[in-house]
Design a protein around this ligand. Structure first.
Ligand SMILES: [Zn+2]
Length: 106
């Protein structure tokens, strides 16, 4: 077992965990601090995401990197030249009037 990602935001760690599980990588979550410390100190605890099999580490790291840095380009919108609607970057056609994306906008 190998630790791959640590964050105090358990929702973020959980998101990465589900991405890895979808890719067929077995994972394990643990808290860095004991429950006693959390209860007494009121301090945010780090959640640690681990891969069960060490040989999955590199593939898992790639997935996490992609999830952490990617996605921004995909959500970039383009403006339809025909009707002026803004269209999500993942669309090749305007959702409103079916005008195809201009090549120079791509
Ligand atoms: Zn349009």
């Amino acid at each position: 077992m190998r630790e791959i990602f640590t964050d105090t935001d358990s929702a973020r760690v959980g998101l990465f965990q589900s991405l890895l599980e979808e890719a067929g990588i077995s994972t394990f979550l643990k808290n860095q601090y004991s429950n006693n410390m959390i209860a007494s100190g009121g301090r945010m605890s780090d959640v640690v995401l681990c891969v069960i099999n060490d040989h999955d580490y590199d593939a898992a790291l790639e997935i996490i990197k992609e999830a952490a840095t990617g996605g921004e380009e995909q959500t970039e919108e383009w403006i339809c030249s025909k009707c002026g609607e803004s269209v999500p970057g993942s669309f090749d056609l305007c959702w409103s009037c079916q005008e195809p994306i201009k090549a120079d906008l791509k």
